[in-house]
Design a binder for this molecule. Structure first.
Ligand code: PLP
Length: 325
């Protein structure tokens, strides 16, 4: 789908986003752990977006994009498609701003995520992940009802909003040697790359995808976006099949490397956070940490930022994952 605002944002857009959303977002804590440092052989600083409003960083980009709408667009209402966290974030942002929200979600999205979007007053429309294209479903509604589309990652205002998480992290702990970021369609990674490259020059920026969904790794190696089948992974927030055009342009310019981790590594990392840091992190939220905890590239004095992107997980499923050691 063609993005209307096709200009590639720079760091200035991240700074503007920070002031546009400041009154409603939580400045999430940065946690450290001696056990994490021991495992990584470096100093890790975890930016805990599981504590963000709606339980994930997506609220930053959603609120920034909703607040940037003009009066006419606000009146028409907003539509989006999402595996969950972005839908929830758009719903909450629209509720705060008094705007109608329509969320197109897969039928098999986690129950907790669906209920949350509904509780924020959004209208939910379901589609079949395997047989229907969510963008086509959303586009039909958009054309019929005149809604404004805010996609989950390939949008300058969404990207800029997500970047405020890394901006806060660097403001709090200072310059970093490396920054590990969870990666689906690249909204979080590209926004964080804008912030880190401006505020911490020389910082290595590493995106981390699920092993089975390595579309960005392939694209990064090939120099152009690559499409893959819907990946089979427990990281439901990273089951994207193609990187965005805007996000990819920024990733190509600023990102050092793309790594992948297995579902088993995500489960081990969820267990690590529960046991050692007493925090609930969803599988997708563990991507960056799973790679940072096993890293051997940076030495003991290195400062490594790690984005924990969200904590929205079905509790019964979470319990089952923690139990099966
Ligand atoms: C959406 C999401 C991601 C991936 O973000 P992108 O901007 O699509 O790369 C990672 N973690 C969580 C918890 C998410 O909700």
């Amino acid at each position: 789908m063609q993005t209307e605002l096709s200009t590639i944002p720079g760091f200035e857009a991240v700074r503007e986003a920070a002031s546009r959303i400041a009154d409603q977002i939580r400045r999430t804590p940065v946690l450290t752990s001696a056990e994490a440092d021991r495992r990584a052989g470096a100093r890790l600083f975890f930016k805990c977006e599981n504590f963000q409003r709606t339980g994930a960083f997506k609220f930053r980009g959603a609120l920034n994009a909703v607040r940037a709408l003009n009066p006419q667009e606000r009146k028409a209402g907003v539509i989006t498609f999402s595996s969950g966290n972005h839908g929830q974030a758009i719903a909450r942002a629209c509720q705060i701003e008094g705007i109608k929200a329509v969320v197109v979600m897969p039928k098999d999205a986690p129950q907790a995520k669906m209920q949350a979007a509904q509780s924020f007053g959004a209208q939910i429309i379901h589609y079949d992940r395997l047989s229907e294209d969510r963008e086509i479903v959303a586009k039909a509604l958009l054309e019929r009802e005149g809604y404004r589309l805010i996609p989950p990652f390939d949008h300058p205002m969404v990207i800029a909003g997500q970047g405020t998480s890394a901006m806060e992290l660097i403001e709090e702990v200072g310059a970093l040697d490396a920054l590990y970021v969870c990666l689906g369609g690249g909204g979080l990674l590209s926004g964080c790359a804008l912030a880190a490259s401006a505020l911490s020059p020389g910082c290595q920026i590493i995106g981390v995808e699920p092993e089975t969904g390595n579309d960005v790794q392939l694209a990064f190696a090939r120099g152009e976006p690559v499409s893959i089948d819907v990946p089979d992974t427990i990281a439901d927030g990273a089951r994207t099949t193609r990187v965005g055009d805007i996000t990819f342009a920024i990733i190509q310019q600023h990102v050092t490397a793309i790594e992948t981790v297995s579902d088993q590594a995500l489960i081990d990392t969820m267990r690590f956070f529960a046991q050692w840091m007493k925090i609930v992190i969803e599988p997708t939220g563990c991507l960056a940490a799973a790679a940072a905890l096993r890293q051997r590239e940076f030495g003991p004095s290195a400062k490594i930022g790690v984005l924990l992107s969200g904590g929205n997980v079905d509790l019964a499923q979470y319990g089952a994952w923690l139990k099966a050691a």
